[in-house]
Structure formats: C-alpha cells, structure tokens
Design a protein around this ligand. Sequence first.
Ligand code: C5P
Length: 224
Amino acid sequence: LDKFVIIAAGGRGERMHAGTPKQFILLSDKPILMHTLSIFPLAIPSIHIILILPADQIAIWKKLCKKYSFDIPHQITEGGRDRFYSVRNGLELIGDQCLAGIHDGVRPLVSCETIINAFDEAEKYGNAIPAIPIIESVRSIGNNVSHPVKRDTLRIIQTPQVFHSSLIKKAYKQKYRSDFTDDATVIEALGEKIHLINGNFENIKITSQNDLIIAEALLKNRLI
Ligand code: C5P
C-alpha cells in the first residue's frame, strides 16, 4: 500500500509564549518542523508527506525552506480552527487504498523504529497507536479528594498514529466532538478497536520552553 504522513502543524502554539510560531523555533540551528519532516523519509524512503500549516504561515515556511536549503518533497495544505479540522483537510488529499499516518509537527524526536513499526502494524490491524508506560506515580482528583491510580493500567499516547486510509477518512466525516483529543479517539467513535504499539520515550511533544531544552539535548544524542 502507498504510504502517506500528514504532519499537523496548523496550531498557533500559544502556550509557548514565543513570538515565533512554535514549529518554526530553532532546534540545533534548524526549525523544529524541518527535523520532523526529515525523519519520515529516513524511515520510509517512498513516503508522501502532507504538511498542514495555518494559512498565514505558508509563505513564511516557504521562505524558511529556501533559507535552510530544505529540499524534502512535501505537499502543503491549510489548517483549520482545531486540530480535528486541520487533519480533515489533510485527509482530503489522500485516496481510499493507502496507509495514512498522522503526526504532530512538534514531535521531531520520533524514532525510525516507531515509524516503521506503526506502518507495519497498521497494515495488519487497520490502526496502530504508539504508547509508552507511565513512570511517575499518578492520582485522580475530584470533589476535594484524590485517589491513587494503578499506573500499570495507564499509557501515554503519542504519534504517528497510522490507519488504513478508508477507515480514517470515514471517521473524519463525523461531527467534531471536544473529546476527540487525538486520531485514535476519532476512529474509536466508529466502534473500531484500538491497536496499541510501543512508542519511544524521546518522542516528546514540544509544548514549553523546558521541552525545547530537553529536545535539543536529545537531538544531539540521537543515533539515526
Ligand atoms: O494543540 P496541540 O499542542 O495539542 O497540537 C498538537 C499538534 O496539532 C501540533 O503540532 C499543532 O500544530 C497541531 N494543530 C493543528 N491545527 C490546529 C491546532 C493544532 O494542526 N488547529
């Protein structure tokens, strides 16, 4: 099956409080988003990349690509007001008979192994969702009391989440719901069973200034 990845970078990154949109902040002398795009063809040389950007950031991105001589082929389309609408726009560019990965633009540290495994498993099971165990103690809160939760029953969910394209396209025809926090929740609403696979611990979602420091250090030590 043909393989596509939709890189969702249609958000404004307001939690970062930086002037530059989050995905354009430099990490080891290159915008975060260029690191993210670069890893996919290393894992799967034939992959097609679709990049979702806010309409007003497309020209800035094209200028950055020239400035950094970034030549990895990709198609660009506009984002929507929520991640859900951004992904829906990207899916419109994909046919019914392929594998579609959906990945957060702000996760440049996904490993080749996670990517390859996610596409292989999605081909077999219809979907593949990377997850990692929780190493901290956790509690659930409410009504002024808190209760410990058995951490070995919990997982942190990452991207790329990979699907048969017919399945994910159908799922994204549903009406938006605020509890659609990732793509797995969207297909689950169709009654689909979620197939979890191993993610990688370095695959953090860069959200804060602290994450940038950690990502920079991890990137320097990455052995691809
Ligand atoms: O908002 P959050 O940090 O969870 O976003 C995760 C990813 O989804 C980011 O890479 C962000 O750019 C993307 N996103 C998007 N379109 C939006 C909002 C977020 O593609 N409207």
